[in-house]
Ligand binder design. Structure first.
Ligand SMILES: [Zn+2]
Ligand SMILES: [Zn+2]
Length: 140
């Protein structure tokens, strides 16, 4: 079982699937949201995600069909979900407490990364988006 909590601890969740692939998104929206070079996420299914506590503290910033869920107390980003695919969550994996045992990692939107963001690993880079259905865990 995988668990995650926000910075202040008000929001706690459980994930009932494995994480198949880690996605590093370098797009400008993710930079603004995270305040740093890129966003680290995993594509998961809604049915595998359960709030243990704090769901009432979660606020949503909705824009352009993307709903970004965050803790209203401390600001930690929890996941995003798109209007056109309500059953897929992009889980912000920095909140996860356990080691994540996958070597599958990719970079996306590398064409729009910040000029000061240097990608120094050998994982595959995609210039823009990918199809999320390629990256969901097969175990869920
Ligand atoms: Zn919090
Ligand atoms: Zn992004």
């Amino acid at each position: 079982m995988i668990s995650g909590n926000c910075l202040c601890g008000e929001v706690v969740y459980q994930l009932n699937s494995d994480i198949n692939t880690i996605v590093f998104c370098h797009c400008s929206r993710c930079r603004k949201q995270t305040g740093t070079a890129f966003n680290s996420s995993a594509i998961i299914k809604k049915k595998d995600f359960t709030f243990i506590k704090g769901e009432t503290n979660v606020k949503i910033y909705a824009k352009d069909g993307v709903n970004r869920h965050f803790c209203s107390n401390c600001g930690s980003h929890i996941f995003s979900v798109r209007d056109n695919d309500r059953n897929t969550y992009r889980l912000r994996i920095g909140l996860i407490n356990e080691p994540i045992m996958t070597e599958n990692r990719i970079h996306i939107y590398t064409d729009s990364k910040a000029n000061w963001d240097n990608i120094c690993d050998g994982y595959t880079q995609y210039p823009d988006s990918i199809n999320p259905s390629d990256l969901t865990s097969n175990n869920s």
